[in-house]
Design a protein around this ligand. Structure first.
Ligand code: IMP
Ligand code: MG
Length: 308
């Protein structure tokens, strides 16, 4: 089994890509800011589609959609509420669909920005209201997470070539990450869970222990987030006692700044700044686990909930 230490993690780096020459219309700039907030990648007017040709072959009419969203393979055309404008745009859209049936495009109004999120996989939650009063900023979009989980799965599959793996997840924050990671790994694997609690003055204790025997197994401990490392340190000691053939750690998020106990995390999804994050399994008082992205909560959410 290859066992090179490999701590190549990712920093979340926003990639807003405004056009060098600026936007043609304030509505476009506003839509771009909306996409940036959700960390949805876009290209501004990347291509023009010919719609009609003169008899001599020259292009008589073109259509340049405002945005292309590469992760969704979707073109977006913005429109104002003016009826004449809408009618003309609709005609162009119809022609585009006739000439280029493989192109996915939507025509949207300003009030529909949030509605189109459902097309991006955010449909299960009403994020528009959360955005206003709870979400400070999106740190990792679901596409960034999915891409990184796929990479981790490949790397783990390579490192464990010819072996089978015992994935150990720590409930409950691990729910979604473990499910996605396990499906990105192409080795035979078993899954087991532990649950811990922190009792006041008593430190960490085990509420639910493993069902399976890990002696002689290649154990990969999967965690949502490592902060001080105290939880991880405690877990690794418990697992090591049971004599696994090997024991490594995979954490989706790493707040390295907060580390007190030195723990060796072989696979790291993202290094993140020292801020409280929720979503993709992580909670604040059991809420927000089902957000499809990882985000920082607004300060007054803490203040309100702790006061109430
Ligand atoms: P540590 O023992 O300080 O490393 O803390 C790790 C545990 O604290 C994780 O397993 C999480 O359950 C929880 N935790 C730490 N930071 C966050 C956060 O930003 N959001 C949600 N849970 C967190
Ligand atoms: Mg946890």
């Amino acid at each position: 089994m290859a066992s090179q230490p490999d701590n190549e993690s990712r920093q979340p780096s926003p990639e807003p890509n405004p056009p060098a020459e600026g936007f043609a219309h304030p509505a476009e700039e506003e839509f771009a800011a909306f996409l940036d907030f959700y960390r949805i990648r876009y290209q501004y007017e990347p291509i023009s589609f010919p719609l009609r040709w003169h008899p001599d072959g020259r292009v008589a009419e073109m259509f340049t959609p405002d945005f292309y969203l590469p992760d969704q393979d979707l073109y977006v055309e913005l429109t104002t509420m003016k009826q004449a404008h809408v009618t003309q745009k609709n005609r162009k859209m119809r022609r585009l669909r006739e000439r280029h049936p493989d192109v996915n495009i939507v025509l949207i109004y300003r009030k529909d920005y949030h509605e189109i999120l459902s097309r991006f996989g955010y449909g299960s939650i009403d994020i528009s209201s959360l955005r206003e009063d709870q979400i400070e900023r999106v740190l990792l979009s679901q596409y960034e997470i999915q891409e990184r989980v796929r990479e981790l799965g490949e790397q783990i599959s390579d490192d464990y070539a010819g072996e089978s793996i015992m994935l150990v997840g720590v409930l409950k924050g691990i729910t979604f990450f473990l499910a996605d990671l396990a499906r990105a790994i192409t080795r035979p694997l078993a899954i087991d869970y532990m649950q811990l609690s922190r009792a006041v003055d008593e430190g960490v204790q085990v509420d639910k222990d493993l069902d399976l025997d890990i002696e002689g197994q290649h154990v990969l401990l999967v965690e949502d987030i490592v902060n001080t490392g105290m939880t991880m340190d405690f877990l690794l000691e418990r697992l090591r006692e049971r004599n696994p053939a090997s024991l490594e750690v995979c954490a989706l998020l790493d707040k390295a700044e907060r580390r007190l106990a030195p723990v060796d995390v072989k696979y790291i999804g993202f290094e993140i700044p020292n801020e409280f994050v929720v979503g993709y399994g992580l909670d604040y008082r059991e809420l927000y686990r089902n957000l499809p992205f990882v985000c920082v909560l607004k300060k007054d959410v803490y203040e309100n909930i702790s006061a109430g």
